[in-house]
Design a protein around this ligand. Sequence first.
Ligand code: AHG
Ligand code: MN
Ligand code: MN
Length: 286
Amino acid sequence: MTDGDPVDEVIEVIAQSATEIRRGLVGRREDADAENPSGETQAEADVYADELLADRISSIDGVCQYGSEERQETIDCGDEDGLSVGVDPLDGSSNLKSNNTMGTVFGIYDEPLPAPGTALVASGWILYGPITTMACARDGTVRKYELAGDERSLVDDGITLPDDPLVYGFGGRVPDWSEAFEAFAREVESDDSLKLRYGGAMIGDVNQVLTYGGIFAYPALEDAPRGKLRLQFEGNPIAYLVEAAGGSSSDGSGSILEIEPDDLHDRVPVHVGNDELIDRLEDALE
Ligand code: AHG
Ligand code: MN
Ligand code: MN
């Protein structure tokens, strides 16, 4: 139930859509005959999840804008000074064919998109794993829920990153990393208290960092200096949640949340995890 608070309403609508999105993956694992604004081929499920969420979120009172990595332009939904919701409807859709983890990522901003992460009032993700779960950050607290049917049950009402990091996962191809990032990655690999966990869907990899502590990065690449991940729909929402859980985010030099975007589909190098590891990363990239 929501008390009419539009932020709660958006979170509830996304949670309630999880079952239908998960069910709708069946039969939609092939490529659609279209590309997203980032020039990536869309899966049928990307389009399905986006249309379902756009329809439901844009009809919530108090929401004035819906933006998604699957749409060139935002949808204006009225309510001049309402909330702007940025969504990655299906993160890790390349994992569809291999039936690996995927997710839905959302950021709820109180400024028009494109907006800096400092304008976020809540963010979170749905994880389509063995169990469908939701992690949600609001007012400095991260809560985790299990979703089944229309039910959302709270399983943790104050998640913080464990003090002792355990996992690391770095995206992109090693030959495309900068020398400085590669040197940092080699240092992390040589730390016998850490182990590699990389599944190819940002949200599954970040959820492991939230659960076990550690670091996830999709860094700047030689041929893609702003990396691959999208600021509005991936970087900001996970940075907001990881920082609310006591960790840090960085684009290589400072918090991702401070970045002033130019375009709705700006990319950003993403590094999130335990403070000490992010500090070491920023020293390495100086
Ligand atoms: P999306 O499916 O929303 O486009 O996101 C995929 C992203 C992210 O989930 C993951 O970390 C990264 O792409 C993997 O990229 P590579 O295929 O280059 O490893
Ligand atoms: Mn994604
Ligand atoms: Mn996506």
